[in-house]
Design a protein around this ligand. Structure first.
Ligand code: CA
Length: 242
């Protein structure tokens, strides 16, 4: 497979623990970022259950000869059910939840993204950076209605209020986005600890550097820390190498 990946996660400068989780499985062509929430360390439990379930489900499909591509949304729904089941067993974990943004690259011509919440997937192509996912937040509903600007949404006191998340409802609507990929493409999966402090222009400038993928992942984390690092920061970079 013509894919390379790099990843980094950092607690940031303010939060006591890292509630983000990530998954990098180039052998399966499966990558994910999950950003957990909930008191008493439940957030990190929720995000860890999400990525573990997504890994199990896509592994199982690969083992049975089915492409992870075909089970992307099912894997996210299974993660939702697993979090609900875990919270049901432990009252301290009730109300925990997580985002999940999953990228599947089954071959060298197409990709699929399955997504819930306000983590993001971006695609850098020919120096152009495009956000592929839509944030499931109240402020981004206001952006889509034209009530708020992107910058206004970033600074809004309700910026982190989610309208869709894993772990709260039995049925969760999973966004599925399909596209074509070509050599030179770089995908970025990230938690909102990156995008709350760095705008798309900054992301594009760092991602376009002629450095190794690993150096660019590190530089993104460094830039978010330099901007204050108010939240946990997670980045997964997946490059289609020419
Ligand atoms: Ca976060």
């Amino acid at each position: 497979m013509p894919w390379q990946a790099a990843h980094r996660t950092d607690t940031g400068r303010v939060r006591p623990q890292n509630e983000d989780s990530l998954l990098v499985r180039p052998d399966l062509g499966v990558y994910a970022v999950a950003d957990g929430m909930g008191g008493h360390a439940a957030g990190e439990v929720a995000s860890a259950i999400a990525v573990a379930t997504i890994e199990q489900e896509t592994e199982r499909s690969a083992a049975s000869g089915q492409s992870p591509f075909d089970v992307a949304a099912d894997a996210v729904r299974a993660a939702n059910a697993a979090i609900l089941a875990d919270a049901h067993q432990d009252p301290a974990r009730q109300g925990m939840g997580t985002t999940a943004s999953v990228l599947i690259t089954p071959d060298d011509v197409r990709y699929r993204i399955a997504h819930v919440g306000d983590s993001r997937a971006y695609l850098l192509r020919d120096d152009d950076l495009r956000q592929i996912t839509v944030d499931h937040t109240w402020v981004h509903e206001q952006v889509r209605k034209g009530v708020l600007t992107e910058e206004g949404a970033r600074r809004h006191p309700f910026a982190s209020v989610l309208t869709r998340v894993l772990g709260t409802e039995q049925d969760v609507l999973v966004d599925v986005i399909d596209g074509d990929t070509r050599p030179g493409d770089v995908f970025l999966l990230c938690s909102d600890g990156l995008t709350a402090v760095l705008d798309d222009t900054t992301l594009r400038l760092v991602l376009s550097r002629p450095d190794s993928l690993d150096a660019r992942a590190a530089a993104l984390i460094r830039a978010a820390l330099d901007a204050g690092g108010p939240d946990n920061i997670t980045v997964v970079l997946v490059a289609h190498v020419p």
